[in-house]
Design a protein around this ligand. Structure first.
Ligand code: GCB
Length: 629
């Protein structure tokens, strides 16, 4: 084999994404020439051509598709989509005869040989395209875990890092009429400077885990907006103002935006100004406020037009206000207690990453059955179907980014990655009335660099969306007392939050279930508190004495003792016990009991309800857990 010359190597570097190179320190980072230009929102209301279905896939643990035998980047990697030909060169791959994987879907649960796989897999799909004048075309990815590099017709079009947020590749310039092909290298290798980092208590499902689609938009199009209800001294009033902005990409000079809510006979018009935004102020009369009891959604019509082009978009939106005042949480000015549960995006009945409407309906259906008005979507943004359904069902939502456990908090590159995921999460979901809380972290170790990092995150979240509350799930300090123990909430990050989240596992990781009876709480902030995790594990169907771990009785015992303790915390404004359903985790190895599942679910992965489910259900339905004020 001939080694690449230095010149050829650098030429190749210029065409390759920086993040991919970052892990190979021998090479200087390249400049990304195809940075993602935008992120389309409200994508489920845009006409699109689905690219879901079967994609050819090549499993590539040594990254042979990209690197030659001296680890030099190839010019003729798999992204060339070549085929062995009689009399041709040594092509050692062929997408067209490689097995397929379903998109959306993680690869781990599609093929037994990929169950534990961590590394790159190359996906390939052909698609047809007919170009239209004055149109831009994007490939939209709902999510791909963890890093993705996308080529269309052999040209590098974009890259993305982060496994749970959407991204778009502008492919306008590389498409031609007729047959085209897209190749995506998705790599779920865990990296020390990733978000999340090396350890998580969930399965590292890899692949194109959410929908992929081809979206045409006019040259001038709406790519972001915020429309929220303005607070007023009388929050019960139905004569209100909706305010915000509409951002127009490629805005023509003097372009005008309109926002209408036909049912309310209300329309606002504004000219696109600074930063390509049109500022919206829309007075409305007889507005029906969104709440769990009345999850009213309105059709909202958005349009931008100029002489040359027009873009229109529709959304279904609810309008409400959310506020923290002292130790209370106010929804539409009324104190509210958040009867919640934590949920992983694990697919019920079949395991794997949840993505379908059926997954969402099952998970949120159980949530409703429990008597919830709230859910914590742990530990990363879930599929958009989830937040849409929460809007319709009237379930308030805590949404979070995977700033989980021990990130490299002293690494500014990691901070940028967190900020990127935060921005993508907020941008995608700021149109959902159900979301009341953005969470910036879960169970992070308390030290200076981490507090600085997460304070920056909290401030960034507030800056991006001043209309919602900012939270994080914190760890709690314990001191022994004569009677038992005292839990102290004094994490300095609390200063940066509107609502405190705290996780505790009395009865599981510490003491027995009765430990809760002799535990007191000392919360050093006059802010609302959500017990964002508590609970313990049980194997569904395993029965025994109440002091026998892993039985349903033991788990139920934890819940029985927790509820009175929680009720003694004056500023408790919500709880999201851990967790709605058992989920896969490589950390949970106990044979016959865990079998690679975290068993703290109130329901098993096969849908069997455990005893604790009914204890919590009763407490929520009778309203014997928690007070709104
Ligand atoms: C936690 C984590 C959660 C784990 C859970 C457990 O504190 O936030 O991700 O799964 O504990 O089961 O230990």
């Amino acid at each position: 084999m001939i080694h690449a010359t230095r010149a050829a190597l650098f030429a190749a570097l210029l065409t390759l994404p920086a993040a991919l190179l970052a892990q190979y320190n021998a090479y200087p980072p390249s400049k990304v020439e195809t940075a993602n230009t935008t992120l389309l929102v409200d994508i489920d209301h845009r006409p699109a051509t689905s690219l879901d279905g079967e994609w050819h896939a090549i499993v590539d643990p040594y990254a042979t598709g990209l690197y030659d035998f001296h680890h030099v980047i190839k010019r003729n990697g798999y992204f060339m989509n070549a085929k062995p030909k009689p009399g041709g060169g040594p092509v050692e791959y062929d997408f067209s005869i490689s097995p397929t994987l379903k998109v959306p879907g993680d690869w781990n649960t599609q093929r037994p040989d990929l169950f534990y796989y961590e590394g790159p897999i190359w996906y390939q799909k052909d698609f047809q395209h007919t170009s239209k004048p004055n149109t831009r075309t994007f490939i939209h990815f709902g999510a791909a875990n963890y890093r993705s590099h996308v080529w269309v017709n052999t040209k590098s079009v974009c890259e993305h890092e982060g496994g749970f947020t959407p991204f778009d590749c502008d492919v306008t310039g590389v498409l031609h009429d007729g047959n085209n092909f897209v190749i995506v290298a998705v790599d779920n290798t865990r990296i020390p400077d990733g978000v999340p980092t090396l350890q998580t208590d969930w399965w590292n499902y890899g692949g194109l885990t959410r929908d992929v689609s081809l979206v045409d938009v006019p040259a001038q199009f709406i790519d972001d907006y915020d429309l929220h209800l303005v607070r007023t001294p009388d929050e019960s009033s139905t004569n209100r103002t909706i305010e915000g902005y509409v951002h127009v990409e490629g805005a023509a000079q003097g372009a005008t935006v309109s926002v209408s809510i036909p049912e309310l006979h209300a329309t606002a018009r504004a000219t696109v100004g600074t930063g390509d935004r049109a500022l919206i102020k829309l007075p409305v009369k007889s507005l029906s406020l969104w709440s769990p009891e009345n999850p009213k959604l309105y059709k909202v019509e958005l349009a931008v037009s100029s002489e040359s082009s027009e873009d229109t978009l529709e959304d279904d939106m609810g309008f409400r206000t959310i506020e923290a005042r002292g130790t209370e949480i106010l929804l539409n000015g009324q104190p509210v207690f958040l009867r919640g549960v934590s949920i992983h995006a694990e697919a019920p009945m079949r395991t794997g990453r949840a993505y379908s409407q059926q997954d969402v309906d099952t998970l949120l259906g159980w949530c409703k059955e429990l008597g919830c008005n709230f859910a914590r979507l742990a530990h990363y943004p879930h599929d958009q179907r989830m937040t849409r359904a929460a809007d319709r069902l009237g379930i308030m939502i805590w949404s979070e980014i995977p700033d989980y456990w021990a990130l490299q908090f002293d690494n500014p590159v990691v901070l940028e990655k967190s900020k990127q995921q935060l921005g993508e999460m907020i941008r995608r979901d700021r149109d959902k009335a159900s979301i009341i809380l953005w969470s910036v972290a879960n169970e992070t170790p308390v030290y200076e660099a981490r507090t600085k990092y997460l304070t920056t995150m909290a401030n960034t979240a507030r800056q991006l969306d001043p209309t919602r509350l900012i939270t994080a799930a914190l760890l709690v300090r314990t001191e022994k007392t004569a009677a038992g123990s005292n839990k102290i909430v004094d994490d300095p990050l609390g200063n940066a939050l509107d609502v405190l989240g705290t996780n505790e596992y009395i009865g599981w990781y510490e003491q027995g279930p009765a430990g809760a009876d002799t535990t007191t709480w000392d919360i050093r902030y006059q802010k609302p508190l959500i017990m964002s995790e508590w609970g313990g594990a049980a194997r569904a169907g395993r029965h025994g004495a109440a002091d026998q771990r892993w039985t349903e009785e033991y788990q139920a015992e934890i819940y029985k003792h927790q509820i009175p303790m929680l009720n003694k915390i004056p500023q408790l404004r919500g709880t999201t016990p851990w967790v709605l359903m058992d989920f896969r985790s490589p950390m949970r190895t106990l044979p016959g009991t865990q079998d690679n599942f975290n068993r703290k679910g109130l329901i098993s992965d096969q849908g069997e309800k455990k005893q604790a489910f009914f204890i919590l259900q009763k407490a929520y339905k009778d309203k014997t857990l928690g007070k709104a004020e």
